[in-house]
Design a protein around this ligand. Sequence first.
Ligand code: GLN
Length: 211
Amino acid sequence: SLTAGVVAVQGNVAEHAAAIERAAAAHGEDVTVCEIRESGLVPDCDLLALPGGESTTISRLVHDEGIAEEIREHVAAGKPLLATCAGLIVASSDPRDDRVDSLDLIDVSVERNAFGRQKDSFEAPLSIDGVADEEPFPAVFIRAPAIADVGDATVLAEWDGRPVAVRDGPVVATAFHPELTDDDRIHRLAFFETEDSLERAPTETVSNGES
Ligand code: GLN
């Protein structure tokens, strides 16, 4: 059985927990989700979500609580992390904002609140590399960042000519909020369809619990 952590210092925690549970069930995995508000829990987690919210607050709290270094070690060990919206900003190598002390986990620079005030929130149908494409992904953007420069990361999706989803090793990051719809394809991609987990599972059939 797997342990999932949702960094819960601020932001959309319950929604990520529910999406992780659905994605795990779709892959026949048992998962226990715990909320991370203090240090000492991340080392027990097999996978982690870093939710949206407000990036200056999240970055300050993860550093103050001693969680920042544990998240870095999690990723350095090759374990999956899904960072969404403000989580993308916090995980980036360059948040282009001195008030965000970012974790340098994805080699991208970001532009906060890049999609304009009159479009504070919108939904876009995205085609995402690695996500089964029978229908577009309903991506909810809320005061979303855009990805500006992409270094070593791989772009998975674009909207309006800008990258909005990337992968960098074990990290998948989105400018939008995949936890706010009941579509869990991004959570499956980030956590259960990584190169490592695909090597473990046979293609086509997904094992139902025992691996
Ligand atoms: N605008 C927020 C920030 O820059 C991110 C918004 C979100 O996570 N929905 O921190």
